[in-house]
Design a protein. Structure first.
Length: 358
């Protein structure tokens, strides 16, 4: 059966990195006669400039029909002053919410060859391999009511951090099941010492532990986890957290691995539909210079093949080719320790070459 893929390059380096992933995808389609139907559409600031909206209805409709969305990145200084609803980030938040992509998987791993690129000492981050499972469609990001009230004295603003039991259970289930397939350890992170919503989160997750006797569950407070990730990251296997804490912790975890340019992510709903994006943003400062690292986007394509496109074998093939790329000494600018590096537009053909020989 044919699978539908929507590619949304977005802004900044999103354009360059999705074009690299597209090259790899086209190669696999040719090589394995895959029945994939691919559409490419603008989102974010680029779409706002052309269509007056960061997420036009046609894009949302196409996304709903797609099995996988390969999302580049959105944002840039030229759109910083737009109204809330027109900002490029709304493309991302809108797709997450409308498609109910509640489960955000953010792996953070180190290629030991790249330990020198990490700001953390080698012996602390060696063999790093963590999975952050972040709740993505609830919590304070979307909680109502929310407002800036500027016509009162003093003016004030507020948001609502809210989770119901079903929302906590479904993300915890993804996390327990992920832990089961990995090293069997799950750490649930919140602020149960301060917030009711966190106390509730902890009790719901604790109750579920009896269904997963093979998974060792622990609980941590988010501020402590921020510290533990830097001091002793290898204590973690899978971390599950809310939308806001997961956002912050996943940036810390990504930084450990040397370059955020290496890390993919998947955002899934309950019918295995998914959006796949690199953890990095649109990096306007280096956009258009052919120096961005497209590996996170290519690895995101691998996650799409694994989780939404029924092609686990090809996902492994890409992941292995990325490992070999690093082993063979290829370095993009962000991970190069000298003045030599491969350019964005060269990476896909090197990866394809490795896959052909492998
Ligand atoms: C992320 C980003 C987004 C978020 C922004 C761009 C809306 O930081 O995906 O981590 O906060 O979720
Ligand atoms: Mg973030």
């Amino acid at each position: 059966m044919s699978k539908k893929i929507l590619i949304t390059p977005g802004d900044g380096i999103g354009q360059e990195v999705t074009s690299s992933a597209r090259e790899v995808l086209d190669f696999l389609i040719g090589e394995h006669e895959l029945d994939f139907d691919i559409t490419q559409m603008d989102v974010g600031g680029t779409s706002y400039d052309k269509n007056g909206s960061p997420l036009p209805k046609e894009v949302l409709d196409e996304a709903r029909k797609s099995d996988a969305i390969l999302f580049g990145a959105v944002g840039g200084p030229q759109w910083d002053d737009l109204d809330w609803d027109s900002r490029p980030e709304q493309a991302l938040l809108g797709l997450r919410k409308e498609l109910e992509l509640f489960a955000n998987l953010r792996p953070a791993f180190l290629f030991n060859e790249l330990a020198g690129a990490s700001p953390i000492k080698d012996e602390i981050i060696k063999d790093l391999d963590i999975l952050i499972v972040r709740e993505l469609t609830g919590g304070i990001y979307f909680g109502e009511p929310r407002a800036i009230v500027s016509d009162e004295s003093p003016p004030y603003a507020f948001n609502t951090m809210i989770y119901n039991e079903d929302e906590i259970k479904r993300i915890a289930k993804v996390a327990f099941e992920s832990a089961r397939k990995r090293d069997g350890k799950l750490c649930s992170v919140e602020k149960a010492n301060v917030l009711e919503v966190s106390k509730f989160w902890r009790s719901v997750v604790s109750d579920m532990a009896k269904d997963y006797p093979d998974v060792e569950l622990s609980h941590q407070l988010a501020d402590n986890t921020a510290m533990q990730l830097v001091m002793n990251p290898n204590q973690f296997d899978v971390i599950v957290s809310s939308n806001l804490f997961g956002d912050i912790l996943s940036d810390i975890a990504a930084t450990l691995s040397g370059s955020i340019g290496m890390l993919p992510s998947a955002s899934l709903n309950s019918s295995s539909q998914g959006m796949y994006e690199p953890c990095h943003g649109s990096a306007p400062d280096i956009a258009g210079q052919n120096i961005a690292n497209p590996i996170a986007m290519i690895a995101s394509l691998a996650m799409a093949l694994r989780y939404s496109l029924d092609q686990k074998g090809l996902a492994d093939k890409i992941d292995n080719a990325i490992k070999d790329f690093i082993k063979q000494g290829y370095r993009t600018k962000d991970i190069s320790t000298n003045s030599e590096f491969v350019r964005t537009s060269e990476v896909a053909s090197i990866i394809i070459g490795i896959m052909k020989n492998g």
